[in-house]
Design a protein around this ligand. Sequence first.
Ligand code: TYD
Length: 138
Amino acid sequence: MNRMLDEPQLIQLPKVFDPRGNLSFIEGNNHLPFKIERTYWIYDVPGGEVRGGHAYKTLKEFIVALSGSLDVVLTDGKKEFRFQLNRSYMGLYVPKLYWRHMENFSTNSVALIIADQPHNEDDYIRDFEAFKNLGPKN
Ligand code: TYD
């Protein structure tokens, strides 16, 4: 579980196949390594736009492309990781202290983000140079 908390990783969610339409679900502290405190979604993204472009000091999150596709780009200050999300049963766990942005949104895509804490501007790091100067990981 500790390794899981420190490294970005794809998490496959349950998928209940059904000829009437498939169903997936998420339970905090079961499918995710944190308790769910907030959820929000990004939608109506014009072609070519980029969202994010910051890190969180303590916040952990999970990102799913509920519809369509998008890329999540992460860096720990040294290595860069790119994940294409395009399945509504497959999401990306993002630990704290990863600089992240989202790009390549397909038309009508919807990104669901689940976080372990309420929105708090004080938890954001919005200066990439300041981010790189933080801690040994960076
Ligand atoms: P932000 O996280 O900065 O999005 P991005 O990094 O993609 O620009 O959020 C944009 C604005 O929305 C910011 O003014 C704060 C507000 N916001 C909330 O009020 N609650 C939330 O849960 C989130 C995610 C953002």
